[in-house]
Design a protein around this ligand. Structure first.
Ligand code: PGA
Length: 254
C-alpha cells in the first residue's frame, strides 16, 4: 500500500510574508491530521526559511523547486542541495517541465541533480511529461518513458522505490485542461511497468507516481481514485489553502 502524497508547487509566487500566511493557513486547516496523506509544500527559495519556521513540528513537510548539481562552488545565482537541507527541506522537485522548456534542462542534467539531491539526503520528485505536439503525434509513451530512463537508469533498485515521480503532461499545466483520469492512469501504469522492467517488482510497487496538471478540488478525487495515481503535484490550486487542503482530503485513505 503506497501512502498518498500531495505536494504544492508554489512556483515563483509569494513573498515571505504571504508565504508564511499561506503555510499557517494550511497547517491550521490540517491540525486535526492529514488523514494518512504525506503533505509537502514547495515555496520559492526566498521563502523556505520563513515557511520552515511555520511548519515546524506540524507534520507538513517542505521541499524546494530546484537544486544545482554541485554541493557548492562558483555558480552565481544557484542553490545547492545541502543548502536546502540546511533550511529544513526533505524534498526537491527536479526536471519540472518549466525548467526543461524555459531553462534548457535535459535528462542528463536532471540525472546529475538527482545524484546530488540523494547525496544530500533529499528525496527527489522527478517530473516527466509530454507536450501537446508529442501527444498528438502518438509519442507520449516514448517521451515519458525516455525521461524516466534518463533520470533513473543505473540507480540502486531500493532507492528507486523511495523516489517520487510526477507525471505532468505539459499541455495540462496551468491551462485548466486536465488529462482525463483514464488518460493519466494509462501513462502512470506505463511508467510503473517501465520501473518494473528496469528495477524489478518491489521498487515498482513502492515508487509513488503523482499526477500534475490542473489538478483542482473538483477533479482530484476522480484522478486520485485510479490504481496507479498515488497523489498530486499541485500548482495553481496550491496557492489557496482551502483548495489545497480539499485536495489533501480527496487523497485521504483513512
Ligand atoms: P498546475 O501546475 O496545477 O497549475 O497545472 C502543476 C505543476 O506545474 O506542477
Amino acid at each position: 500500500m503506497r501512502t498518498p502524497f500531495v505536494c504544492g508547487n508554489w512556483k515563483m509566487h509569494k513573498t515571505t510574508g504571504e508565504a508564511r500566511a499561506l503555510a499557517r493557513e494550511i497547517v491550521n486547516s490540517l491540525r486535526g491530521g492529514a488523514g494518512g496523506v504525506d503533505v509537502v509544500v514547495c515555496p520559492p527559495f526566498t521563502a523556505l526559511a520563513a515557511v520552515g519556521e511555520v511548519l515546524g513540528g506540524s507534520g507538513v513537510r517542505m521541499g524546494a523547486q530546484n537544486a544545482h548539481s554541485a554541493p557548492s562552488g562558483a555558480y552565481t545565482g544557484e542553490v545547492s542541495a545541502p543548502m536546502l537541507v540546511d533550511l529544513g527541506c526533505d524534498f526537491v522537485i527536479l526536471g519540472h517541465s518549466e525548467r526543461r522548456q524555459l531553462f534548457g534542462e535535459t535528462d542528463s542534467g536532471v540525472r546529475e541533480k538527482l545524484e546530488s539531491a540523494r547525496g544530500a539526503g533529499l528525496v527527489p520528485i522527478v517530473c516527466v511529461g509530454e507536450t501537446l505536439e508529442e501527444r498528438e503525434s502518438g509519442r507520449t509513451a516514448e517521451v515519458v518513458l525516455g525521461q524516466v530512463r534518463g533520470a533513473l537508469e543505473g540507480l540502486p533498485a531500493p532507492e528507486v522505490g523511495r523516489l517520487i515521480l510526477a507525471y505532468e503532461p505539459v499541455w495540462a499545466i496551468g491551462t485548466g485542461k486536465t488529462a482525463t483520469p483514464e488518460e493519466a492512469q494509462e501513462v502512470h501504469a506505463r511508467i510503473r511497468a517501465e520501473v518494473e522492467t528496469l528495477f524489478g517488482e518491489e521498487p515498482a510497487g513502492s515508487v509513488r507516481i503523482l499526477y500534475g496538471g490542473s489538478m483542482k478540488p473538483d477533479n482530484a478525487a476522480d484522478l486520485l481514485s485510479r490504481q496507479d495515481i498515488d497523489g498530486g503535484l499541485i500548482g495553481g490550486a496550491a496557492l489557496r489553502a482551502s483548495d489545497f487542503t480539499t485536495i489533501v482530503g480527496a487523497a485521504c485513505t483513512e
